[in-house]
Design a protein around this ligand. Structure first.
Ligand code: BEZ
Length: 200
């Protein structure tokens, strides 16, 4: 299998952490790919028409894309146990969607302020993205800390990938100041070898 990969992408990081946790890094060849909304660059648009990474090329079926599709596929293939059975599954999926939503807004902010031509940038648009992130961080802290501290699952991995991206691209926002309990969880979780070795 081939994984189209960029080290800064929080969505690629989710897949890499899963492979790491499953002891299956040797099952994929890493293919560097980079691009942005204005230019797909080396992202294989013939395999993912949306021009996004990660994309996972398989020998026996169509290329998979969208990190959640890839992680569900790899979980099924490798029997990782990172998606528990229902009813806990629904909590895991909501937490994963929350992490992915934080990452999505954080990447959109990055594109808005660094890729969109300067004359058409909107600070209000970027701030609205940050409001989504801040609400989601509050929800994680108020509702989901106990599940985040439970057995490893893809919800935790997605939140970790998102928080790592905030630290990488939006460190000036100092999200930890307003969310100290989530920051304490992240300080411990980010030390796992699968997270430490995939930091952007
Ligand atoms: C970044 O450089 O911030 C980035 C790269 C790939 C995907 C998303 C973000």
């Amino acid at each position: 299998m081939k994984l189209y990969h960029a080290p800064a992408s929080p969505f690629v990081r989710k897949v890499m952490v899963l492979l790491h946790e499953a002891g299956a890094l040797d099952r994929v060849a890493i293919i560097p790919a980079s691009g942005n909304p204005l230019d797909p660059g080396t992202i294989p648009v013939d395999r993912n028409p949306l021009g996004k990474i990660p994309a996972l090329e398989r020998p026996d079926g169509p290329t998979l894309y969208d990190s959640r599709v890839i992680t569900r596929y790899l979980d099924d293939l490798l029997q990782t146990g990172l998606y528990p059975t229902a009813p806990r599954l629904w909590d895991t999926l909501v937490i994963e969607a929350t992490g992915d939503g934080i990452a999505e807004s954080a990447v959109v902010m990055r594109y808005e302020m660094h890729v969109r031509p300067e004359a058409s940038r909107s600070v209000a648009w970027a701030e609205a993205q940050w409001q989504k992130i801040d609400r989601a961080l509050t929800a994680l802290e108020e509702r989901w800390l106990s599940q985040l501290s439970g057995p490893l699952d893809m919800g935790q991995v997605a939140v970790g990938a998102a928080l790592g991206y905030l630290d990488f691209r939006h460190a000036d926002r100092n999200w930890q100041a307003l969310h100290p309990a989530l920051a304490a969880w992240w300080a411990g979780f980010s030390a796992r070898p699968s997270l430490a070795s995939t930091a952007p």
